[in-house]
Design a protein around this ligand. Structure first.
Ligand code: ADP
Ligand code: GLC
Length: 485
C-alpha cells in the first residue's frame, strides 16, 4: 500500500491485558483499526504480573538493552503477532512485577514517574532492537511525556530522532510529577528544565513535557480540545495548550464494535438489534435477578459503571440517591471502584435500599456488559469528560445516557428535545443536586408516561455511528502531519 505508515503506540494500558479505564479500550481498538487500514502498528506496554499472556505469545530470546542515563539495564520481550499489528510486553521486575498498573489496593505506587520514564526509554530502545524506525511514536497521556524530550535531545542525531511524536491527551488531570533527577535517570540534558519546557513548580511535569515537545497534539473529543484551553478545565496547563493550539485537534474516540455490539456480544444472555429488541428485555430480567430486584419490565433501571473519582461527579449522585429511591419507583445498579469514601457511601445506601439499589465494588468486565445491555438509562454526571466510552456503549445497546453536558458527552449525545421529540439521551448543565435529580426524574417520567418517546430515542441512539471508521482516518491524517520523514 502506498503511504503505508509505521506507527509505534506506547501506553500504560491496553485492553484486554491491562485496563483501568477507557484508555486501555481506546489504544486497543484504535491500533486494530489503523492496522486494518493497512498501516504497520507496534504497541509497547509493560508486562505487569497481572497480565496472563496467551499461548501464542513469542518469547524473544535476545534481551532488550535499555540505555538509561546512569547505566545499561536488561529487559525481556514478549510479543503477540497479528496481521500488521504486533504487541510487545516489556518485562522488568523492579518496575513491573506488580499486579496493579498505577496502584495496589487504593495506594498509588510512589515511583510511578520512574516506572514510566523507564518505559519511555525502553520503548525507544525496543525500536532499535527491532531495527524499526517508526514514522510516528504515538504516546498516550503523561506516562509517555518524556519520549519526545528524548527524541529532541539525546536522540536528535540518532536514527530515532527522525520519528515524529503524536501526544494524545486522554485526561489532563494527571500530570506525573518527578524530581529533576529524572532527567539524569534518562540522560536528558538539563537545559530542558525551564518554564517553557518540562519544569513546573521546581519539578519535572511529564504531561507538560509532552505538550511542549510533541510534534502534534490530539485529544479525544472536539469539545474537550477547546475546554482544556480554559482555566476551568486546563489544570494549570491551559496556557501551554493555548500556545500549542495550532498543533492541537480533537478526535472523538470510536468503539470496538466487535466487543461492544448487542448483536454479537457473547457476554450477554441474549442478543438483540433495532429490529428485534426482545433480547434487551431478557438482559434486563437477568440483571434484575442478579441484583435481587423484583423482576418487573415497567420499572426503569438506571445503570452506572465507573471509576469512583471526583472526575465522575458521582458524589453528587450519592447526595441525591436516597431521596431518589424514596420518591421514584426506579431501580439502580452501580459497578465501580476507586475513592474509599464514595465506595462506602454507595455501599451504605445499597444496604438500606437493597430492594431497589445494588452496588458492586470492584472491576468486572462481564457485569459491565450486562449493565450496559440490561439497563434503561445510564448515568454519567461527570465534572469533566475528555471523551467517555460508556455513553457510546450504552447508546449502542439502546440504553439512554443521562449525562452532564461536558467534553465528549456533548459531542456524542444528542439532548432530548421536548418540542422536536428528538434526542439520544439527556444532558444537564450544572453539576448540582437539583439538576441531576431533575434530569433523572424527567427520564423516568417519560419512561412511565411516554414509552413511545423513549422507544424512538432508543432507536435513534442505536442507529448512531460510533465506529472508528471516521476517527481512525483522522488519526492517519494527523500521523502524516506529525511525521518528519
Ligand atoms: P474513564 O476512562 O475516564 O474511566 P471511559 O468512559 O472512557 O472513562 O471508560 C471507562 C471504561 O472502563 C469503560 O470500558 C467501562 O466499562 C470500564 N470500567 C470502568 N469501571 C469499571 C468497573 N468497575 N468494572 C468494569 N469495567 C469498568
Ligand atoms: C480518559 C478519559 C475518558 C476517555 C478515555 C479514553 O480516561 O477520562 O473520558 O474516554 O480516557 O480516551
Amino acid at each position: 500500500m502506498d503511504g503505508k505508515l509505521k506507527i509505534c503506540m506506547v501506553s500504560p494500558e491496553l485492553s484486554p491485558f491491562a485496563k483501568v479505564g477507557g484508555l486501555g479500550d481506546c489504544v486497543a481498538s484504535l491500533s486494530k483499526f489503523i492496522a486494518k487500514l493497512g498501516h504497520e502498528v507496534k504497541i509497547i506496554l509493560p508486562k505487569y504480573s497481572s497480565i496472563a499472556l496467551p499461548t501464542n505469545v513469542i518469547e524473544h530470546l535476545q534481551p532488550l538493552i535499555i540505555n538509561m542515563g546512569y547505566d545499561i539495564e536488561y529487559g525481556k520481550i514478549w510479543e503477540i503477532k497479528e496481521k500488521n499489528l504486533s504487541t510487545y510486553f516489556i518485562e522488568f521486575d523492579r518496575y513491573f512485577k506488580r499486579d496493579g498498573i498505577y496502584s495496589d489496593l487504593h495506594r498509588d505506587y510512589g515511583d510511578n514517574y520512574e516506572r514510566f520514564a523507564f518505559l519511555a526509554r525502553a520503548a525507544i530502545d525496543l525500536c532499535y532492537h527491532l531495527e524499526w524506525i517508526p514514522h510516528v511514536i504515538h504516546g498516550h497521556d503523561w506516562t509517555t511525556g518524556l519520549i519526545p524530550v528524548m527524541l529532541d535531545t539525546i536522540e536528535r542525531q540518532r536514527s530515532m530522532g527522525r520519528c515524529g511524536f503524536l501526544f494524545t491527551i486522554h485526561n489532563l488531570q494527571h500530570h506525573g510529577y518527578a524530581p529533576k533527577s529524572i532527567l539524569d535517570f534518562l540522560g536528558i540534558p538539563h537545559h530542558v528544565f525551564r518554564a517553557d519546557g518540562v519544569e513546573a513548580f521546581s519539578q519535572v511535569n511529564m504531561m507538560k513535557a509532552g505538550l511542549y515537545f510533541a510534534s502534534k497534539l490530539t485529544t479525544v473529543s472536539e469539545t474537550y480540545s477547546r475546554e482544556i484551553q480554559t482555566p476551568e478545565f486546563g489544570f494549570g496547563l491551559d496556557p501551554v495548550l493555548k500556545f500549542r493550539a495550532g498543533d492541537l485537534i480533537g478526535i472523538r474516540n470510536g468503539i470496538d464494535e466487535h466487543l461492544w455490539s448487542p448483536e454479537t456480544d457473547s457476554l450477554l444472555p441474549a442478543k438483540f438489534s433495532i429490529k428485534n429488541m426482545e433480547g434487551k428485555a431478557i438482559c434486563k430480567k437477568k440483571l434484575q435477578k442478579y441484583c435481587n430486584f423484583s423482576i418487573h419490565k415497567n420499572i426503569p433501571l438506571l445503570g452506572v459503571i465507573s471509576r469512583l473519582y471526583e472526575q465522575k461527579g458521582l458524589d453528587v449522585f450519592a447526595n441525591i440517591l436516597p431521596n431518589l429511591l424514596k420518591n421514584s419507583p426506579l431501580q439502580v445498579v452501580l459497578l465501580g471502584n476507586g475513592d474509599r469514601d464514595l465506595e462506602f457511601r454507595f455501599t451504605q445506601i445499597a444496604k438500606e435500599y437493597h430492594k431497589r439499589c445494588f452496588v458492586h465494588i470492584g472491576f468486572q468486565e462481564a457485569l459491565s456488559h450486562l449493565i450496559e445491555a440490561g439497563s434503561d438509562f445510564f448515568l454519567m454526571p461527570s465534572r469533566f469528560e475528555p471523551c467517555g466510552l460508556n455513553q457510546m456503549y450504552s447508546m449502542r445497546y439502546g440504553t439512554l445516557p443521562i449525562a452532564r453536558a461536558t467534553g465528549g458527552l456533548v459531542d456524542t449525545i444528542e439532548n432530548f428535545s421536548e418540542k422536536e421529540k428528538t434526542g439520544t439521551g439527556f444532558l444537564f448543565q450544572d453539576l448540582a443536586d437539583s439538576a441531576l435529580y431533575n434530569s433523572i426524574h424527567l427520564a423516568c417520567s417519560l419512561y412511565r408516561d411516554h414509552p413511545e418517546i423513549i422507544g424512538a430515542m432508543r432507536r435513534r441512539a442505536m442507529e448512531r455511528d460510533f465506529s472508528w471508521s471516521t476517527s481512525a482516518k483522522q488519526y492517519v491524517a494527523v500521523y502524516n502531519w506529525a511525521k518528519k520523514y
